[in-house]
Design a protein around this ligand. Structure first.
Ligand code: THU
Length: 147
C-alpha cells in the first residue's frame, strides 16, 4: 500500500515509500522497532537499508547506515548522493540517531536533504548540516588544523 505524504514532491514521496518497503526487511529481534532508509544517487538508483540488530547490542546497525554503506560498497562515493528518505513507526517524523548523522556528514553534501517520515504520512525535511551543526568533518583532519 502506497503511503500519501501530502505536500511532498513525488520524488521524495517515492523515496519515503521505498524506505517504507525497506522497513519490512529489518532484522529487529530485540527492539521490534523497524526502520527503513532509501538513498537516492546521481544515477537515479536507490540504495535501500534497514536496521540489523545483534544479541550483543553494540553491533546494531541503523537503517540509514546500512543504506549508506551499501551504496559505498556498490561503488558510490561522497558527492554522488542526492537525498535520503527515512521511515519508522514514530510519533512525528523519525529522527536519525547521532551516529547516523555523523556518517551522513562524512558521505553526503552539507546541503543534502534528509526526508524523514512516519507511517501516518507525516514528514519533514532537514539538511545534513542542519541535523548536525558544528560537526567534526573530513576537513577537521587537514594539516594545519592539527596542533
Ligand atoms: N534505528 C534506526 O535504524 N534508525 C534511526 O533513525 C533510529 C534508530 C534503529 C536502531 C535500533 O535497531 C532500533 O532502531 C531501536 O533504536
Amino acid at each position: 500500500m502506497t503511503l500519501v505524504f501530502e505536500g511532498l514532491s513525488d520524488d521524495y514521496s517515492n523515496l519515503l515509500n521505498e524506505a517504507r518497503e525497506a522497513m519490512n526487511k529489518a532484522y529487529v529481534p530485540y527492539s521490534n522497532f523497524q526502520v527503513g532508509a532509501a538513498l537516492l544517487d546521481d544515477e537515479g538508483h536507490v540504495h535501500a537499508g534497514c536496521n540489523v540488530e545483534n544479541a550483543a547490542y553494540g553491533p546494531c546497525n541503523c537503517a540509514e547506515r546500512t543504506a549508506l554503506f551499501r551504496a559505498v560498497a556498490d561503488g558510490k562515493r561522497p558527492g554522488q548522493f542526492l537525498a535520503i528518505g527515512v521511515m519508522g513507526d514514530t510519533d512525528g517524523p523519525i529522527a536519525p540517531c547521532g551516529v547516523c548523522r555523523q556518517v551522513m556528514v562524512e558521505l553526503c553534501a552539507p546541503d543534502m536533504p534528509v526526508v524523514m517520515g512516519n507511517l501516518r504520512g507525516e514528514w519533514t525535511i532537514m539538511t545534513v548540516k542542519e541535523l548536525l551543526p558544528g560537526a567534526f568533518t573530513p576537513s577537521s583532519l587537514e594539516k594545519g588544523a592539527r596542533k
